[in-house]
Design a binder for this molecule. Structure first.
Ligand SMILES: C[S@@+](CC[C@H](N)C(=O)[O-])C[C@H]1O[C@@H](n2cnc3c(N)ncnc32)[C@H](O)[C@@H]1O
Length: 282
């Protein structure tokens, strides 16, 4: 199966896991909701399977890039002109400062293309703080952009949103896919811990109550009659994710996914179990 690769090299992208994840989606629903769409590899590859598709992420400028690319080539041109290029750390520092003072989707995309490992990273004050990666808008990027826009512009069933996941209005005709940031760990006494099971550059957006809110969001979706799939790391380095563990203990079905992240997120040789959990049988 040839999947469309989005032009973002997004941290935690599900691109390499699509062949395991997509066949498990419930295709009987009308609307697919990619609740934590990130770089968009999941929603991009189900556009022909659902009447309508909603792609949401809390990072408004990230959603702005997706939307910009759907509508025209303007964002490609402005992003190219904003990229500082190679051997230009001062230009990068200026762009980053400019973005943090006056954010926009094209500036964020130029930063993502130019920073270390293309890894989006925000501090606790939601300021972009990734270092310069001595890279930019390459021929390979252009190829991915062309593939991506040629694909998404064939459909007029995409709606973009940028709201916290728990504000999404769920109905029974939805297939809800959740690929949240790393969840918080389960303490030895079974309680919800403070630390997330691993580190990602968008962890700043994951609030203290979000593990409980996501658990409640999914249980509510199930009660309403929607289908859901949540993917994530159940175990990492001897730790267990509280939220995923609780859903499995509740009796929702789960399947272990072959872990295939790149070396950046593999975190050495620490043992990791990645799962999908669904409230339906496939
Ligand atoms: C693991 S990534 C998703 C990756 C995506 N599936 C892909 O293939 O590229 C998780 C995403 O959740 C977003 N996020 C974090 N907190 C959120 C919230 N409260 N509501 C919605 N999105 C959130 C982050 O910005 C990040 O892009």
């Amino acid at each position: 199966m040839n999947y469309i690769e989005t032009p973002f090299n997004y941290t935690g992208s599900k691109f390499k896991l699509l062949s395991q994840i997509l066949p498990q989606m419930d295709l009987s629903k009308k609307t697919f909701v990619d609740v934590f769409c990130g770089g968009g590899s999941v929603y991009t590859n189900v556009l022909d399977k659902y009447e309508s598709v909603i792609a949401n992420d809390i990072i408004a400028d990230l959603v702005g890039i997706h939307q910009g690319l759907l509508n025209s080539d303007t964002i490609v041109d402005s992003t190219k002109s904003l990229c500082p290029g190679k051997s230009n750390p001062e230009g990068y520092a200026k762009l980053r400062e400019d973005y943090n003072n006056n954010p926009s989707p094209d500036k964020l995309w130029a930063l993502m293309l130019s920073c270390t490992n293309n890894m989006i990273r925000f501090n606790q004050k939601f300021k972009f703080n990734q270092t310069y990666g001595d890279r930019g808008f390459s021929d390979a990027t252009q190829k991915k952009v062309d593939n991506f826009v040629n694909h998404i512009r064939k459909y007029n069933n995409i709606e973009y949103l940028s709201i916290p996941f728990d504000q999404i209005e769920v109905n029974s005709d939805m297939m809800i896919y959740c690929d949240p940031p790393y969840g918080r760990i389960k303490e030895e006494d079974g309680s919800l811990g403070k630390k997330q099971i691993s580190e990602a550059g968008y962890n700043a957006f994951w609030k203290k109550e979000d593990d409980i809110n996501l658990y409640n969001f999914l249980v509510n979706a199930d009660r309403i009659g929607a289908s859901f799939m949540v993917s994530g790391v159940l175990h990492h380095d001897g730790k267990t994710c509280w939220m995923l563990d609780k859903l499995i203990k509740d009796g929702f079905r789960y399947k272990v996914i072959e872990y295939d992240y790149n070396k950046v997120s593999r975190k050495g040789d620490k043992e990791t179990t990645e799962v999908i959990i669904t409230n339906y049988e496939n």
